[in-house]
Design a protein around this ligand. Sequence first.
Ligand code: CA
Length: 172
Amino acid sequence: MKRSLSVLAAAVLLVGAMPRPVESDTGLRATVGPRPIPLPAVGRYHCHDLDRPIIRCFRAPAGRDRQVTRRLATGFGTSPGADTMLLDYYVTFYEHASYGGASYTTSGGLTNLADIGWNDVVSSFKSLNGLRPRWWEDAGYAGTAFMWSAGAQVSYVGDSANDRFSSVKKYP
Ligand SMILES: [Ca+2]
């Protein structure tokens, strides 16, 4: 009995050490350059999801910002419907106050920030395109909602909201 238990424990350890699948039930998947990364690792990088369902991640925010800018420059007028999609990006959010730590620029709703390693992490954000995010303390846009004015640049969300957001979507 003891031996079979230790074999089982070893098997569990082995499974635990295997890379997690990059797919989630949201259909999102993530890369750093050409390399796929597990979705929960997204929270350690600087990413954007303008190419949904692909989340593109970078080791520095400048890499992400350059690519977002390039998408905007090349997107307008070159591909049907592209401007609508690109104008949908509405917020960059940050791990720490004063726009520090990991960051993420999104173009769509994120029903469960835990999927991408961002649950209860956000401390500051910058609204983009004159839009704004609406945040919820629970996944699935549930629980207490938090919102600031359109275009708000919020260097600290405050003690009552810090590290509490679990879902987000665009609000006009
Ligand atoms: Ca935080």
